[in-house]
Unconditional design. Structure first.
Length: 364
């Protein structure tokens, strides 16, 4: 008896594995595994979400016009060039659907975001992975991977899970080194946290060429992860393609209303960024004081390397944390099995995470 067979490449997919949210035997946990905002969403966004409940019997605005207008007003962008999606993941997938397929190549860096391989295999393209330098995107290595078959280059800036970033000059050098038919996707999901003078979110690169896209999310600093909301700023021709590919009502009314209120409340964004600016260096320095290697980060998380000894390695550390109801992120799926990634949570959560690390290293 014959059975349905999936397209070639589908069974090569390794499904995305999110950070854990529960721990055996623990009624309450500290979840610092998913880079969620410790301050939560803007109260104005929560209010807008609740008010939208009375409209659940109506289809949402298929163009997300008010949301796109609000994003455009805050960032000084043309709303016609903004494409809204059910999370930036949907946009990344549609970029691959629109511009790559069997016989084509998509390039990413060695420890890039895990969604990039998924969207590549979904469209039947071939993934090409470029080596990094000290856990940082290497422009020369990526350009060396580009061939006549390269259709897309994905760059997370800052990168997840390493927390490293590419200065604006290097991003421009990357884009200028690509053929005109190759799309550069600058995934700026953590852009709001970055406070470096040589960093750029990529808007100027989108404005200057027809082959560059910037994607953003509401899941991180805006605290709307449960609503699945993201957006892209594109050249007009690419925006047209993505609008043809997205679903007709891809963003719910509560998500649109909450997103509009969230992006308009930049005071809340500033509070979230200020919290991160205080507690990221605090956490990094206290973990370093325990003798652990902490990689520099400009995002809202830090990557910590544990010793290689079995009693002190990342696997043992993860188990120790879980037993105590604190959940960091395992990074073996990113090719970093010796590390754990810690979201910058509330003060009490971070102090607890440091105390547990101290106890773990002392016992072993």
């Amino acid at each position: 008896m014959s059975i349905p067979v999936p397209r070639p490449g589908i069974m090569e997919l390794r499904p995305y594995t999110p950070g854990k949210s529960t721990a055996a035997g623990q009624d309450r946990v500290v979840k610092i595994s998913a880079n969620e905002s410790p301050l939560g969403p803007s109260p104005k966004a929560i209010d807008a979400f609740h008010k939208a409940g009375g409209l659940m019997h109506r289809y949402p605005d298929g163009d997300a016009l008010e949301l796109r207008n609000a994003i455009g007003a805050v960032h000084g962008l043309d709303p016609a060039r903004i494409v809204a999606g059910a999370g930036s993941d949907e946009i990344l997938y549609n970029i691959a659907r629109g511009y790559a397929g069997p016989g084509d190549e998509i390039v990413m860096s060695e420890h890039g975001f895990n969604v990039y391989p998924i969207v590549t295999h979904c469209v039947g393209a071939t993934l090409v992975t470029a080596p990094e330098c000290d856990l940082t995107f290497d422009v020369d290595a990526v350009l060396a991977c580009v061939t006549e078959r390269t259709r897309i280059v994905f760059v997370a800036n800052p990168n997840n899970p390493t927390g490293s970033y590419i200065p604006a000059g290097e991003m421009r050098r990357l884009r200028d080194g690509l053929p005109g038919e190759t799309i550069l996707v600058i995934d700026s999901a953590y852009a709001e946290y970055v406070q470096r003078n040589d960093y750029s979110v990529g808007i100027e690169l989108v404005d200057e060429a027809e082959n560059t896209i910037m994607t953003r999310t509401f899941s991180k600093i805006y605290g709307l992860a449960a609503l699945r909301l993201g957006w892209a700023y594109c050249p007009p021709a690419i925006a047209d393609v993505l609008n043809r590919l997205r679903g007709p009502f891809n963003i719910s009314t509560p998500a649109q209303r909450a997103g509009k209120s969230a992006v308009e409340d930049q005071a809340h964004v500033a509070r979230s960024r200020d919290h991160n600016s205080v507690w990221l260096p605090w956490f990094a320095s206290h973990m370093q004081a325990l003798g652990l290697q902490v990689y520099p980060s400009v995002a809202n998380f830090v990557l910590v390397r544990f010793p290689d000894a079995p009693a002190q390695n990342a696997v043992a550390a993860m188990a120790f944390y879980m037993e105590r109801g604190v959940i960091p992120r395992e990074t073996g799926g990113y090719g970093l099995p010796s590390c754990l990634r810690f979201t910058i949570g509330r003060e009490d959560e971070l102090r607890q995470a440091v105390d547990i690390a101290r106890d773990f290293l002392a016992k072993s």
